[in-house]
Design a protein. Sequence first.
Length: 361
Amino acid sequence: MNSRGKGRIAVALSGGVDSSIAAALLQQQGYEVVGLTLSMRHPDPEFSERQSCGVKNDLDAIAVLVDKLKIEHHFLARYAEFEERVLKPSWRDYANGRTPNPCCRCNYLVKFGELIKAAQDLGASALATGHYARLVQLAGHQRILRGVDRGKDQSYFLYHLTTEQVDFLRFPVGDLEKTVVKQMAADLGLKILAEKKESQDACFSAEKECFSETLRRLFNVSPADGVFIYNGKVVGKHHGIHQFTLGQRKGLNVALGVPAYVKRIEAATGVVELTTDEAELEVTTFRAADLNWQGTANMTAEKFKADIQVRYRSPSSGGEVQILSGNTAQITLEKPVRAVSPGQAAVFYDGEMLLGGGTIL
């Protein structure tokens, strides 16, 4: 079953159905598949036993797939790199009233860099993942397109990858609907994958605890108490701004008689300002920094039109991107968007094609 007709290709296996079917598809196409699993489990059981990634059912699913396909498989222990490059900066963001996007940061600083290096060391011609995104050749380089299944499209998380990284990647399930992928797993007799529940949380998050609180405990930081303010008056207390993000409604534990939302977070004083008017959360202009452009899309124009997405689960919005000095941009949206949160990613598209993006200021 393990043909070498097309050469060796590495597949990042997470224990999920998407990466597993990516491996099966490539093997059916005649590649010699080698599996790679990035392990970012904390060495202390106090944390690792509560992590949502690399849990026993993930490991069981990987073992079943490796046995089914009869492929070579390697674990890559990279927790130290993950903590230094992703977890520590994420905590600094939360502690300063920002809402980081650890997945975007991890993809380009840890995940793809480490997996591509390992794949190359093993003689693989490419690294495949289970991401719902597509690739197209343009001007001598691969460019990323949205996945066919728009409800599962993951191109947003890939905006910061380098040209060299994208050129080495393959996305075998990007042309498929999720329902088709799950049916493929069932047809292969991989019941553990076809029926496996998807993880919706950050990979380091602990069950029944927000990611920011897990980080606070990890780095042994004492909660910095603060107050809620509404219409200039103190209306409650809280145990740390790291628990809040702009637009948040749930978990405030403040009784105003009507729904309240986080309008502003003041890191220096610990003040969290609330509003009961959702219109006050809407913005049409904001800035982004640390810009990254995909492939040959390195922007030299001072202004350009784009579809702009400001969080993973939100639809894109038409707008204009004006390039400023210091690798920053001013973004102007055609329609107001609710709760644009500093620390999150603003990602730019030309239709289906990913152009790049930056971190919201």
